[in-house]
Design a protein. Structure first.
Length: 202
């Protein structure tokens, strides 16, 4: 993967990172995945995935995270999506609704622990090209291919019948059935097509 960085300051993301970084001051806190992509496409994210790099995912980490959150002065409530725990979210610590931030309303914050210490390593674990985005320290970290895909989507005009939807590639297989469902979900949500070779891999 060819990674690239873009200067991009988004105050809401900075507010989230600055608030929750205090729970793990010796770890890097980043926002990654669909929320970053949606902001770049001027869409409202439905949830925001927040990763603490270098925090291993296990039952003990979940308990530790809940204790840290409970001991803080952050006003929150547990999101209903935690009951039961997501089966396929390998790094999930907890999903919450942050009640203090009026800007987020009912948007879920999903906290993840990721064992590696690199944003690039985190991005490499994501499945489809449209997901390979992260935000940290006023920068967007992504791949050249994902950025090209996003820029093409920005040119979409429903009145232009000659506009051709871009092909989206699968970059990493985690759970084949889940990856395929997500691919079709993206295909229905955005003006793009799944690459045929990627479908065959699943």
């Amino acid at each position: 993967m060819n990674f690239t960085q873009i200067d991009f300051v988004y105050p809401l993301f900075d507010e989230i990172i600055n608030t929750f970084q205090k729970l793990y001051p010796d770890r890097t806190c980043v926002i990654a995945g669909g929320a970053v992509r949606d902001i770049l496409l001027n869409r409202e994210p439905k949830d925001i995935d927040i990763y603490f790099l270098g925090v291993n995912w296990d039952t003990g980490s979940r308990v530790e995270f809940e204790k840290k959150l409970s001991a803080s002065q952050i006003y929150y409530e547990i999101a209903t999506s935690n009951l039961p725990w997501h089966r396929y979210e390998r790094y999930l610590l907890l999903s919450i609704i942050w009640k203090t931030s009026l800007r987020l309303k009912n948007c879920e914050l999903q906290f993840m622990g990721f064992p590696a210490n690199s944003v690039e390593d985190l991005i490499r674990t994501f499945d489809w090209e449209i997901c390979l985005f992260a935000y940290s320290n006023g920068k967007i970290i992504t791949t050249s291919a994902s950025l090209d895909l996003l820029n093409t989507l920005k040119t979409y005009d429903p009145k232009n019948r000659g506009w051709k939807p871009p092909k989206m590639k699968l970059c990493n297989i985690q759970f084949p059935i889940s990856n395929l469902r997500r691919g079709f979900k993206f295909e229905s949500r955005y003006p793009l097509k799944l690459e045929y070779e990627s479908i065959l891999k699943l």
